[in-house]
Design a protein around this ligand. Structure first.
Ligand SMILES: [Zn+2]
Ligand SMILES: [Zn+2]
Length: 270
C-alpha cells in the first residue's frame, strides 16, 4: 500500500468547483491519503475574472487561510498544507509577484504556478474553446511554453502545475518533444517541482499532464514530482492515483514530493 498525498485541489470558493474546505479534507482522509496541499485559485486581476468564475475574490485571510488553519487543528490524522494556485500573468509579472508575496505574508505555505491565460485568453476554459478555431496551434504551443518556462524561472513557485495543459482539448503539435525537452531542462535548472496531474485523464485529451514522454525527461533530469488530482469536487480527490503511481514507477520514479512550508519537501517512497 503506497503512502500518497494529493497536491492540488479546489473548493466552492473559486466559483467553479463544489465542496467546502472541510468536505475536501474529509475526502482526503476517506481516500486513504496521508495528506494534501489545498490549492485554491489565488484572486486574479479583476479584468481577467470579471464574473468571479475563475478564482477566489477579495481577501483570502478569513475565508481561506484562517479556515484551513482551523480545520488543520481539528484533523490530527491527515496533513493539510495551505497552498494556492497562482496564475503567471506574462504581461504583468510584477502583479504576479506582488500577489504571491501577499499570499505568503498572509500564511500561504506553498504556491503552484500555472499558465491558464495567453494574452487574456483562458485557453483551457470550455466556454472559450471556439477561439482555438482562430488560432495556429503551433503558435499557441510556442506562447504557452515560453510563458511556462518564464514562470518556472521566476522563482515564485514551489511547483509548476499541469505542465502541458495546452493539450487539454486535444490540440497537439508534431514536435511536442521539443517543448517537453526545453521545459524539463528549465525545471531542472531552476529546481522547481513539477506536478503530474491525473486531471488530464478526465479531459478530452485523456492523458496525464504532462505526457509520459515529458515525465520521463523530468525523471532523467532529477526534477522532483508531485501527484495531483486537481479535484474540483470531493469525489475527484486522489482520482486514479494508483494508476498514476504505477505509471510513475514504470517510468523510473522512486519518490514523490510532498511540499511543505518554507520550501521544505517531504519525500514519499513510490
Ligand atoms: Zn490550473
Ligand atoms: Zn487547479
Amino acid at each position: 500500500m503506497r503512502v500518497l498525498v494529493d497536491c492540488h485541489m479546489h473548493t466552492q470558493l473559486c466559483g467553479h468547483a463544489t465542496g467546502t474546505l472541510a468536505q475536501m479534507v474529509r475526502a482526503v482522509a476517506d481516500s486513504g491519503l496521508i495528506g494534501a496541499v489545498m490549492t485554491e485559485h489565488l484572486p486574479l486581476k479583476p479584468e481577467l475574472d470579471p464574473d468571479g468564475i475563475y478564482a477566489m475574490r477579495g481577501d483570502i485571510d478569513e475565508q481561506y487561510v484562517e479556515q484551513l488553519r482551523r480545520i488543520r487543528g481539528e484533523w490530527g490524522g491527515v496533513g493539510v498544507v495551505i497552498g494556492v494556485e497562482a496564475d503567471w500573468i506574462a504581461s504583468d509579472p510584477e502583479w504576479t509577484r506582488e500577489s504571491v508575496h501577499d499570499a505568503r505574508a498572509k500564511g500561504v505555505e506553498v504556491v503552484l504556478g500555472s499558465v491558464h491565460f495567453l494574452d487574456g485568453w483562458a485557453f483551457d476554459d470550455p466556454d472559450m474553446m471556439t477561439e482555438w478555431d482562430n488560432r495556429d496551434v503551433q503558435a499557441v504551443w510556442d506562447e504557452y511554453f515560453t510563458q511556462w518556462c518564464a514562470a518556472a524561472r521566476s522563482g515564485l513557485f514551489e511547483v509548476m502545475s499541469h505542465p502541458d495543459l495546452v493539450k487539454k482539448f486535444g490540440h497537439i503539435v508534431d514536435n511536442a518533444l521539443d517543448y517537453y525537452d526545453e521545459a524539463a531542462r528549465v525545471a531542472a535548472e531552476t529546481g522547481v517541482l513539477c506536478e503530474v496531474s491525473t486531471a488530464g485523464w478526465r479531459k478530452p485529451v485523456n492523458e496525464l499532464y504532462p505526457h509520459e514522454t515529458m515525465i520521463e525527461l523530468l525523471i532523467q533530469r532529477g526534477v522532483g514530482l508531485t501527484m495531483a488530482s486537481d479535484a474540483h469536487n470531493p469525489s475527484e480527490v486522489a482520482y486514479r492515483f494508483d494508476d498514476c503511481a504505477q505509471v510513475l514507477y514504470q517510468l523510473g520514479a522512486r519518490q514523490i514530493a510532498y511540499p511543505q512550508r518554507e520550501g521544505r519537501v517531504t519525500w514519499l517512497e513510490l
